[in-house]
Design a protein around this ligand. Structure first.
Ligand code: FAD
Length: 284
């Protein structure tokens, strides 16, 4: 049970994603066998936009739960789900002994029209959280954004809906990636002042190659401090140097976060067990 993990100092979790090609599934199993050696408190598995790879998410979550014997947290998005498909998904996870979900809204998949997206059955993560709580005894995690969600009108608005998610039964929050710890510390204070007292996992993305800035970071719209952009400029032609510098940057972030008493660290592993292991061994 993930709930029971919060009686220790810092809860350690990480994220993996399903491979694009079916025949690469064994690569992720190998990665998980390696991450398992760190004894993480849970491992989360992403869900393709609009549920495009939900079967793989469930298969990988089952491997984490039953073969690695680590708590698995299966992501799911409101986009692409209705009452019947949500019930089916929850039943499938239960059958696979997966008792933890990360309930998200999701973004518009490329193949979906604006109209289809606007007419989705569940509008927000909060709608999903309410139903999951009514239908099951799942541990429920949700997303939060230290630099506010890009669609939010204001910080106050974002906090209002975060509070709604907490009040509807969220057991823990996982943050969007951030690269400046002071942003997180201010956000945690805002959350507590808004009466949100659910454990928060700080989401750390190690920038181990310069392309990540063009993909994951720009999607997340997280701000990049000068110290990190200088490293990226310095190692733009040196992949090994970037990997080392990006790992060190993440280690420094995690070390400082633990010193400041954050409840959880969540590493966006990008399916790289070596980097995850290095960060864990240096910072915990
Ligand atoms: P919501 O909580 O619904 O919030 C979205 C926006 O609506 C915010 O501006 C919020 O303030 C506002 N809002 C919230 N509730 C209400 C309400 N009741 N009424 C009106 N406004 C409201 N995407 C994937 O497709 N697959 C994944 O596996 C995945 N994993 C993720 C993991 C983490 C840790 C994070 C941080 C994000 C992940 N995402 C994933 C991306 C996520 O789906 C997007 O960021 C999406 O834009 C918002 O999802 P949400 O659950 O935060 O949405």
């Amino acid at each position: 049970m993930i709930k029971e993990k919060y009686n220790k100092k810092t809860v350690f979790s990480c994220e993996v994603f399903p491979p694009k090609r079916n025949d690469d599934i064994y690569d992720i199993f190998k990665t998980l066998d390696e991450i398992k050696l760190l004894n993480p408190d849970f491992i989360s598995v992403t869900y393709g936009a609009g549920g495009s790879n939900s079967k793989k998410t469930a298969t990988i979550a089952a491997y984490i739960q039953n073969i690695c014997e680590v708590e698995a947290l299966a992501h799911m998005t409101a986009v692409g789900l209705d009452e019947a498909s949500l019930t089916e998904l929850l039943e499938e996870l239960k059958k696979k002994q997966v008792n933890n979900v990360l309930a998200l809204r999701g973004d518009k998949p490329r193949a979906m029209t604006d109209e289809e997206f606007d007419n989705r059955y569940y509008k927000h993560a909060s709608d999903l959280i309410k139903v999951i709580n009514e239908k099951s005894d799942m541990f429920i995690a949700a997303a939060c954004y230290p630099e506010i969600h890009p669609e939010s009108k204001s910080k106050e608005d974002d906090l209002k809906y975060l509070k709604l998610k907490a009040d509807l039964g969220v057991d823990c929050f996982i943050t969007q990636m951030f690269f400046d710890n002071d942003i997180l510390y201010r956000f945690l204070e805002d959350m507590r002042n808004a009466g949100i007292n659910v454990p928060v996992h700080a989401g750390i993305m190690p920038i181990t190659n310069v392309n990540l800035l063009g993909t994951s970071v720009s999607i997340s719209v997280s701000s990049v401090p000068k110290k990190l952009s200088n490293l990226i400029a310095k190692y733009s032609e040196d992949p090994e140097g970037m990997k080392k510098a990006g790992t060190e940057y993440a280690i420094n972030q995690v070390t400082d976060l633990i010193k400041h008493g954050v409840e959880g660290i969540h590493i966006y592993s990008m399916n790289k067990s070596d980097v995850t292991t290095e960060i864990y061994k240096a910072a915990f």
